[in-house]
Design a protein around this ligand. Structure first.
Ligand SMILES: *Cc1c(COP(=O)(O)O)cnc(C)c1O
Length: 397
């Protein structure tokens, strides 16, 4: 294990915490019942476990348990929120507002809705990655039905001002959805004070298992209507049919419970590690911080590096650290990150970027060796003539 690269890609995914795994295991074997089985003990046990996880999640975001709809992750939650609102409210209006730096699980459903005749406004961001609230206000129309702005960006870690956006949307009588896949367990999320109507969550960015997430759907003031995107047995108040995945749900609840308990001390520790890393790296010339300096996830550092080739940089780091870069490629083409180009970066700076996602299991010693190796790699690449390497390295989250 010790020869494996240091994992610093916690915005892509995180390992399952042993405590989470421990809570999940009995629900694969001994307590394997279907939570919908109401006629025997097996079903009751599973139902009780799901109920408990639902209560933990609801309490974590100041919502009620009935407002939590389990999904397979944040991608599904985003699709359900956006398409579900579009379908339920299209007679009221067909205009949706979102932001250029959103995850593709927001942008792509919006682009799909465009093909059905919906009108999508994609707001730009400022150089620090934050939206301009006056731009948002200007974008409202009488037929606007939904605003979707993410809580924490998966590439640059920037935290959008949720409470301010929520207040603006509520005043305008428009539903507010936020993709909080990166935010749950890391920053406070309060559905009442932030006036959030729909919120997407996932477990695997917060030391829970992959394949489980949730959509918070407000039940009163206002009561959000949602057209289901998956029909069947009528689970989850009819909004998302399919047998509930008890072990994953238990793990999700446990992961969020642990994260909340440790949030304050962990955030201090991560902020310290991130600052340490930034201080060392920014000792070099030509290093740019991507995203707001302080209004960001504690564990996220994203930098662009002048005078190096992006692929060569990633290649030079790979043996020592697992990080991602701003060159998100599909299987055929390599395109610079849409988030980094939205900040106004040149292609070179967008490509030659590194996202460090520091997490629960990283240590000071690891951060120091990462800094040392990254600095040495950048210096060595800068001494070589710029060579462009075709790379198939790919990261996305
Ligand atoms: C990871 C991520 C998603 C996708 O979540 P899954 O649970 O993997 O489907 C969506 N939005 C953001 C901001 C993310 O970071």
């Amino acid at each position: 294990m010790s020869n494996r690269p240091i994992y610093l890609d916690c915005q892509a995914t995180t390992p399952v915490d042993e405590r989470v795994l421990g809570a999940m295991l009995p629900y694969f074997t001994e307590h394997f019942g279907n939570p919908s089985s109401i006629s025997h003990l097996y079903g009751w046990e599973a139902e009780a476990a799901v109920k408990q996880a639902r209560e933990i999640l609801a309490a974590a975001i100041n919502a009620t348990p009935e407002e939590i709809i389990f999904t397979s992750g944040a991608t599904e939650a985003n699709n359900l929120a956006i398409k579900g609102v579009a379908e339920a409210y299209f007679q009221k209006g067909q205009h949706i507002i979102t932001v250029s730096t959103e995850h593709n699980a927001i942008l792509d459903p919006c682009k799909y809705l465009r093909t059905l005749g919906f009108d999508i406004t994609i707001l730009p961001v400022e150089k620090n990655g934050l939206i301009d609230l006056s731009e948002l206000e200007k974008a409202f129309r009488s037929d606007t039905i939904l605003v979707s702005v993410m809580a924490a960006n998966n590439e640059i870690g920037v935290l959008q001002p949720l409470a301010e956006i929520g207040a603006i949307c509520r005043d305008a009588g428009v539903l507010f959805h936020t993709d909080a896949a990166q935010a749950i367990g890391k920053i406070p999320l309060d559905m009442q004070t932030m006036k959030i109507d729909l919120m997407s969550l996932t477990a695997h960015k917060v030391y829970g298992p992959k394949g489980i997430g949730a959509l918070y759907v407000r039940r009163r003031n206002p009561r959000v209507q949602l057209a289901p995107q998956q029909h069947g047995g009528g689970h989850e108040r009819g909004m998302r049919s399919g047998t509930l995945y008890t072990p994953q749900i238990v793990g999700f609840g446990k992961a969020v419970a642990i994260a909340l308990l440790e949030q304050d001390t962990e955030n201090q520790r991560l902020t310290h590690l991130r600052k340490n890393l930034w201080e060392q790296l920014s000792g070099l010339e030509g290093i740019h911080l991507n995203g707001h300096f302080t209004q960001r996830l504690p564990g996220n550092l994203n930098i662009s590096v002048e005078q190096v080739d992006g692929s060569a940089l990633l290649l030079g780091l790979q043996a020592v650290m697992a990080v991602s870069s701003g060159s998100a490629c599909s299987s055929v083409t390599t395109a610079p990150s849409h988030v980094l180009t939205a900040l106004g970066h040149s292609e070179q700076l967008a490509y030659a970027s590194i996202r460090f996602g520091i997490g629960r299991f990283n240590t000071t010693a690891e951060i120091n060796s990462v800094a040392t190796h990254a600095i040495a790699t950048i210096q060595s690449l800068r001494r070589q003539p710029l060579l462009v390497i075709e790379s198939t390295t790919y990261t996305d989250s």
